[in-house]
Design a protein around this ligand. Structure first.
Ligand code: FE2
Ligand code: FE2
Length: 300
């Protein structure tokens, strides 16, 4: 991403009126349908995303340096000393843990959300599409693993306790869920931005692999950027304040549970980036096809 800060963008924590938020939900819903096409409930898929994945899979890129053994030894739980692993392996085992965590959350939420046909409110439709997008990301992650020579990477069974916990979370009243849901999207985005920035370093020796991974990553990042704005739009002033307070403990809890994280990232800096986030740091290629709340763009 470009480090040049473009003017005209306001903080993600900018205030918004109830009317602005309502109008933004309308605009977001139009954006989602235009970008994703039809929802395919049974497959947890979206028609446009299905087409773009098929295009990528028809034109596969594969590494000449697979990491299979070290990955399989460490992806579920870290068995080796993580400091002894090369950065490719670290990147992939981190990515697996990160994606699996998402997969658990979205699987529990999917079961607690009405289908599009049964959705009464606009926010229910938005949430259903949002979850389908997340499932599409899981397929893009699997495509990344394939690019690195790892076929058939699955997310494994859902631990029963975690499933129950997420199920409870998904059924909590909206205003309680909104701040942590927003912070986890923001956390995801900071991870994608960092990964994007380190690709040259880690896979620069195989430019075709690097470019394919970047393409997959940016497809996810574009959605995640729009999710950050969408989840921002769920919060009033109180929720916004709560979200700010949650950034620190949520970053700590999340990264603290992943041994690869401190070896790959400066998580403290990422936390500071999250609190200070505005759209000025996002490159035009991603920003141009994503969605931003109207109140996060400064009026001239
Ligand atoms: Fe996600
Ligand atoms: Fe997301």
């Amino acid at each position: 991403m470009s480090s040049v800060h473009r003017p005209g963008r306001r903080s993600i924590f900018s205030p918004a009126t109830a009317r602005e938020r309502e109008a933004n939900f309308e605009s977001y819903w139009l954006y989602q349908q235009g970008r994703d096409g039809e929802i395919l409930e049974g497959a947890k898929d979206l028609s446009e995303k299905r087409k773009s994945l098929a295009r990528l899979r028809a034109n596969p890129v594969r590494t000449r340096r697979p990491v299979a053994e070290a990955f399989h030894r460490n992806y579920l739980t870290m068995r080796d000393d993580p400091r002894s692993l090369d950065r490719r392996t670290l990147l992939l085992t981190f990515l697996y843990k990160f994606a699996r965590h998402e997969w658990i959350g979205i699987s529990a939420a999917w079961d607690a959300t009405p289908t599009l046909a049964r959705a009464k409110y606009l926010i229910d439709k938005i949430s259903r599409y949002h979850l389908a997008e997340e499932f599409c990301h899981m397929r893009l992650f699997q495509e990344m693993f394939r690019t690195f020579g790892l076929e058939g990477v699955e997310w494994g069974p859902l631990p029963r306790r975690t499933k129950r916990l997420y199920g409870v979370f998904a059924r909590l009243p909206g205003p309680l869920v909104a701040p942590p849901a927003f912070v986890s999207e923001l956390m995801g985005l900071t991870v994608y931005l960092r990964l994007d920035a380190m690709l040259d370093d880690i896979v620069g020796d195989e430019p075709d692999v690097r470019d394919r991974i970047r393409e997959l990553l940016r497809a996810i990042m574009t959605d995640e950027l729009s999710h950050v704005g969408e989840r921002r739009n769920f919060m009033g002033p109180l929720g916004l304040r709560a979200a700010r307070l949650m950034v620190r403990p949520m970053f700590r809890a999340f990264f603290g549970g992943i041994p690869e994280a401190p070896l790959l990232f400066d998580t403290r800096q990422m936390r500071q980036d999250a609190v200070a986030f505005d759209y000025g740091t996002i490159g035009p290629d991603v920003l141009g096809v994503s969605w931003v709340p109207s109140y996060c763009i400064a009026r001239p």
